[in-house]
Write a protein that binds this ligand. Structure first.
Ligand code: MIG
Length: 794
């Protein structure tokens, strides 16, 4: 596959005539016929189907859209002047022989250029006029900036390091591990989502080769284009995640801090690691097994010399509040006599070549074969092996790697599906997706009524239904640290709400300053894991001694203190599709924020503006003998509480902010109520039945929503949870809080204690929980935030 090449717009042929049929508009060119149908998917979504006469396999292999939205009622077109028109609840679509105009019921209009769609054989293009557009987002996992205007992006999942070895320490490679062909376009006053549901090789050029023109191209298959209503960015994302699914609620431990390395190679090393965490007073929720736990890289095996009793050891860790996750690659060692291989071969579960041989790649175990996760026999076989392995080893989660799929020097195109009957390209981008889907099912069965935790490297639209994503092999470079923010933000806008980078950087050697800044930049990311490659400088939190260890410890602890908030953001994602991590644009639709990607919001209340440059790259200042690095912080309108200085700042402006090495510019919105855990911290063990409600109220009354469930089982999915509406106001010198719990979970299972951050001196707090009144005398105390103790009234 040659990346970076596309069909020149002048090499397409465009339609020159059109006619109407019952449920189709038929466009003809000299060399092709396009039959265009329109389906109402829901009130918020309309689908256009382009059936190209050159495409022989007309089946859409995509598993991106959830079942419920795959069928729709087809719409009859009518003639209006020179155009064929489809009227649907969310949009009116007007078609000419080569033009399409999309008029959203919510206002925005998107039109193609004069030669707007056409074909070159199987290759298909749609080209929109985006001269009026100043922002474009989504596109899944990407390098570079948040706003993709001016970029060209390909959708073909790759093992980045294997494909771009020489460009890899830069930040401009494309494609990436995950492929999600979603373009969110700001058009005039509103946003429109276009989801191109074609799992083959596609690309979207957003004004890169021709400014003002968005070009979509697909090289195989027919195209289903889902048009998704806004008009706000929030509504597009909510609607897109309704269409393609949302992440289930995570187990709280998976929202904790994770420690990984390629590789911890023995039980003794892991035990020492656990003891080091405890000795350093740094909580950790999970330790990870990279490939070296296996016996010769054979799946579902342990190197028994180094790991004599994995189940016993994993249980021992669990008792100390530490979970374990093991890496699972798809490649099965091609070795007659190895049970996993033999049984797979007998059941014919491996991908085949055109001639019907088992397709062979070359990865860690040597020659390897690859399960065909798209087919039921392989799904059952995998569920059996993986389920048994997870259960018997007492693992808590699985880490799916190399599923791009990485095949070494072996050409992946030779890998076919369904006993060789389906060409590679139909499932290439979905290999990881089906691996995640199958593994998710396996773990759900193996650990009944728990919450499966999976992490995958590659993925397709909708993979968030099964797994979290990490953004693959980054480098210990400042550029890669900066890139982590826009990349994670765009993943969130593309439906993948649970993701994060390797903290500290995977390849290359990190430095103390870079490591600290990386922890600070990512300590509130949905997935928070330090991971590094073999032969690199170790980068566990204590590796650089003091004062690094203390700074990192407090950063990690603050993550745990905010775990109830992270959990409620995850709950909100499950219910609405709102990502946990959001660009400012998500909450404040201001042109000033269209390109802003060096700061972000967690939920709608916390603003994080980390230091992303080395102090030596300045600008820096000396403040009372302490060296501080400066940056600009855009504070949206209203008042914000500065969690480093403990003071209220007025927003609607850009601040210059200086932060010492142990500081992260962190602000809370006026009117926010943040649930905070102030109990003891030991690894992943937290008793979340006692929660503090930190009320940040200056000019606005406080308001928030909290969710209560068992945090353990799938009960919430059956409706067993409560929503708590929280209000806070001031009356003279009293803080009045009202908590109203509704839902299908027992009430009063959690004790909420108020903590006050306002400017006013208060004497008392009166908390009314479901009608029960309790009052608290408020006394001055402190609460830890990063490396500061802030004075509060509690
Ligand atoms: O070829 O399992 O992205 O996180 O440590 C490298 C070893 C294979 C790539 C993953 C990385 C992991 C590594 N894997």
């Amino acid at each position: 596959m040659l990346f970076g090449k596309k069909t020149h717009p002048l090499n397409f042929e465009y339609g020159n005539d059109w006619s109407l049929e019952k449920t189709e508009i038929i466009v003809t060119g000299n060399s092709f016929e396009l039959r265009i149908q329109c389906h109402v998917i829901s009130d918020f979504c309309t689908r256009l189907h382009f059936d190209n006469s050159w495409v022989s396999d007309k089946h859409n292999y995509s598993d991106g859209v959830v079942e419920q939205y795959r069928t729709g009622s087809s719409i009859q077109p009518h003639r209006h002047q020179e155009r064929g028109v489809f009227n649907t609840p969310c949009a009116t679509l007007e078609l000419g022989p080569a033009q399409l105009a999309i008029r959203m019921a919510t206002g925005p209009l998107l039109e193609t250029v004069a030669d707007g769609f056409g074909c070159n054989g199987q290759t298909f293009t749609l080209q929109f006029d985006i001269r009026q557009s100043s922002g474009s987002y989504g596109f899944g996992e990407r390098t570079k900036r948040l706003n993709k205007i001016g970029e060209s992006m390909e959708f073909w999942t790759v093992d980045v390091v294997a494909v771009f070895p020489h460009t890899y320490d830069r930040d401009d490679y494309d494609p990436n591990y995950v492929a999600i062909p979603l373009a969110i376009i700001k058009s005039g006053a509103g946003y429109i989502g276009l989801y191109f549901d074609n799992p083959g090789h596609t690309l979207i050029d957003v004004g890169n080769s021709q400014p003002g023109r968005l070009q979509y191209q697909s090289t195989t298959g027919n195209n289903d284009v889902y048009i998704i209503a806004g008009p706000s960015l929030r509504e597009v994302v909510r609607n897109f995640t309704a269409l393609t699914g949302r992440a289930a609620l995570p187990a709280p431990w998976s929202l904790g801090y994770h420690q990984c390395r390629w590789s911890y190679t023995s039980e003794a090393e892991l035990r020492a690691l656990k003891e080091h965490f405890e000795r350093s007073d740094i909580p950790v929720s999970a330790l990870w097994y990279d490939i070296d736990y296996m016996d010769g890289n054979r799946l579902f095996s342990w190197d028994r010399e180094s790991f004599p009793n994995p189940a016993g050891f994993n249980n021992e860790l669990k008792e100390a509040g530490i979970r374990t996750v093991a890496i699972i690659d798809p490649g099965v060692k091609r070795e007659p006599g190895y049970e996993v291989y033999d049984s797979g071969q007998q059941s014919e579960v491996f991908c085949k070549t055109l001639s019907g041989r088992d397709y062979v790649g070359r990865v860690w175990p040597g020659d390897t074969v690859f399960p065909d996760f798209t087919q039921a026999p392989a799904q059952d076989w995998w569920a059996d092996w993986l389920g048994r392995f997870v259960r018997e080893s007492r693992l808590d989660g699985v880490w799916l790697d190399m599923n791009d799929p990485a095949t070494g020097y072996s050409n992946p195109q030779d890998m076919r599906f369904a006993q060789g009957s389906v060409a590679h390209e139909h499932y290439h981008n979905q290999y990881a997706h089906f691996m995640a889907k199958t593994s998710h099912q396996a773990v759900t069965v193996a650990l009944p009524d728990q919450r499966p935790f999976l992490l995958t490297r590659s993925g397709w639209t909708g993979t968030q239904r099964y797994s979290a994503v990490w953004t693959g092999d980054n480098v210990s470079h400042w550029q890669h640290l900066r890139m982590a923010i826009p990349c994670t933000l765009n993943l969130g806008l593309s439906g993948v709400a649970h993701s994060g980078p390797d903290v500290g950087g995977f390849l290359g050697h990190t430095t103390p300053e870079l490591l600290i800044r990386w922890y600070q930049a990512c300590f509130l990311f949905p997935f928070f894991r330090n991971h590094s490659a073999r032969n690199t400088k170790p980068q566990e939190p204590w590796q650089f001694g003091e004062p690094c260890t203390t700074t990192i410890r407090e950063t990690i602890k603050t993550r745990y203190r905010l775990l109830p908030y992270l959990y409620s953001c995850a709950f909100q994602h499950y219910l609405t599709g709102d990502p946990l991590l959001r660009p400012l644009l998500y909450e404040y639709d201001d042109p000033a924020y269209e390109n802003l990607d060096d700061q972000y919001l967690l939920g709608d209340a916390l603003l994080v503006a980390p230091i992303l440059t080395a102090d030596s790259d300045g600008p820096s200042v000396f403040d009372q003998g302490v060296r501080k690095t400066c940056r600009h912080v855009a504070l949206p309108p209203g008042w914000w509480f500065d969690l480093n200085r403990g003071e209220w700042l007025s927003g609607g402006r850009i601040l210059s902010y200086a932060a010492a090495l142990d500081e992260v510019p962190l602000f809370v919105r006026d009117g926010a109520i943040i649930p905070y855990y102030s109990g003891p911290l030991r690894n992943g063990m937290m008793d979340l039945r006692e929660i503090e409600l930190h009320v940040f109220s200056h000019a606005q009354p406080g308001q928030a929503e909290y969710f209560i469930d068992d945090q353990l089982t799938q009960g919430y999915a059956r409706g067993e949870y409560n929503t708590v509406a929280i209000d806070a106001t001031i009356e003279e010198d009293r803080l009045l809080m009202t908590l109203t719990e509704t839902g299908h979970y027992p009430t009063d299972t959690i004790c909420f204690k108020p903590v006050w951050y306002g400017t006013q001196k208060l004497r008392q707090a009166v908390v009314t929980t479901n009608g029960q009144i309790q009052s608290y005398e408020l006394h001055s105390q402190t609460r830890p935030w990063l490396n500061r103790n802030l004075a509060v009234l509690a």
